[in-house]
Design a binder for this molecule. Structure first.
Ligand code: ZN
Length: 196
């Protein structure tokens, strides 16, 4: 019979980057540090799970309906950066290379995984980019096949909008994903972005 501890290890092993072996190590570490680690972590997890939500505007995660970036009046309304995932947004913010607005797709188009335009909310993106204040849309999806396909699809759908469409200069091996870039490379890719 499986014990609650087995269940915990099984759940942990489904986290990205953890397999059964690291899950066992993590569980054991938590159990050995119950007061200092395990209980505070459990409380924080519950609190964050209940309070964090998707930003209605850009898809970022925050405590408010609109995230702190969307609410920040000092950011540049004329530029919109389209990314695959919230982790990419965090990478951009860490690198401090972009002061405009974001749009998180939540993935890429993928024939293999059966993800189409409606799954990514492309219509909502097109509504946003049709706004008169937007001058430039930066398609910062990864340099993977799916990332490239997604960027080209969006660019095509946006062709009649009065915006400049750019793509990050990926100074990285093909297949590279944005959130794995170090900050210098990301800054360079942003500076050297080119028209699509
Ligand atoms: Zn937002």
């Amino acid at each position: 019979m499986e014990t609650p501890l087995d269940h915990l290890i099984k759940r942990l092993s489904r986290l990205p980057g953890l397999g059964p072996r690291s899950a066992r190590r993590a569980a054991l570490h938590l159990l050995k540090n119950k007061q200092a680690m395990m209980l505070p972590l459990a409380e924080e997890m519950a609190a964050v799970a209940h309070s964090v939500k998707d930003c209605v505007e850009c898809g970022n995660l925050d405590l408010t309906d609109k995230c702190h970036i969307c609410l920040d009046h000092k950011r540049d309304d004329s530029r919109l950066c389209v990314i695959e995932d919230v982790s990419d947004l965090w990478a951009m913010e860490r690198a401090g290379v972009f002061s405009g607005r974001y749009h998180v797709l939540g993935g890429t188009l993928s024939a293999l995984e059966g993800r189409g335009p409606s799954d990514l909310g492309i219509e909502r993106l097109l509504t946003r980019t049709a706004a008169p204040e937007i001058n430039e849309v930066i398609l910062a999806t990864s340099a993977t096949v799916d990332g490239q396909t997604t960027a080209h699809y969006i660019a095509e759908r946006m062709a009649h909008h009065n915006v400049t469409i750019t793509r990050l200069a990926h100074g990285l091996p093909a297949g590279g994903e944005l959130n794995f870039l170090d900050e210098g490379t990301l800054a360079q890719a942003m500076r050297a972005r080119s028209k699509l």
